[in-house]
Design a protein. Structure first.
Length: 209
């Protein structure tokens, strides 16, 4: 309960891979996990969760029930590639633009935000440079460490995807030397709503420490 209380202070934004390789079991697994997450979020937070896709322009805001998740995901058919960088550029860019336009007092009213990117493969573009540029903007604006968190979570068992996430993590730490705002989690078994909550809490706690 304390953990869920902590999440109330943050907006949770899901960025779901809807590339063609997600078709079938991975899509079902993601639907079940996000249904549970939305149900839990709906109980502790009036805002619920937001869900966006990498390719499909559809999205859901303030989702608080498993029915809303199932309706949204059943209306999207996975196809296309994996443009994680481009999608993060859009979503983070909008949020940072909002932050940069506010006064110090107004900023207190804007929730900090956690993005969960759920993917089964490697990006077909370059998320590292996008994230590095956004991190620089956060530093330049002296925004708190917890202002933005990004979790990359693998769904499915692809060893190529696991290696890609490891390399992304290493690149961001060593090559770009950015603020600590990204966590990557390789495949650990079935993706569940409880696991997503645990990953969110873990990321927040690490940045608060």
């Amino acid at each position: 309960e304390d953990a869920l209380e902590m999440l109330r202070k943050f907006d949770t934004v899901i960025v779901l891979d809807d590339s063609s390789s997600m078709h079938g079991p991975s899509w079902t697994e993601a639907t079940e996990a996000l249904s549970t997450l939305a149900d839990m979020a709906g109980r502790y937070d009036d805002d619920g969760i937001d869900i966006y896709f990498l390719n499909n322009p559809k999205f859901g805001k303030n989702i608080k029930t498993d029915q809303q998740v199932r309706a949204l995901l059943s209306s999207v058919s996975p196809r296309g590639v994996t443009p994680i960088g481009g999608r993060l550029d859009d979503l983070l860019g909008d949020y940072l633009h909002l932050l940069e336009s506010k006064t110090y007092e107004e900023l207190k009213l804007i929730k900090h935000r956690n993005y969960i990117v759920i993917t089964d493969g490697q990006a077909t573009d370059d998320p590292a440079t996008v994230i590095a540029a956004m991190a620089k903007r956060l530093d330049n604006g002296n925004f708190p460490q917890t202002q933005v968190g990004i979790q990359f979570i693998q769904i499915g068992k692809s060893s190529k995807a696991a290696r890609y996430l490891r390399e992304l993590d290493d690149d961001l730490r060593n090559k770009y030397n950015i603020r600590d705002m990204v966590d990557t989690t390789e495949h650990h078994g079935q993706l569940t709503g409880e696991y997503l909550i645990k990953a969110l809490i873990g990321g927040i706690n690490r940045r608060v420490d």
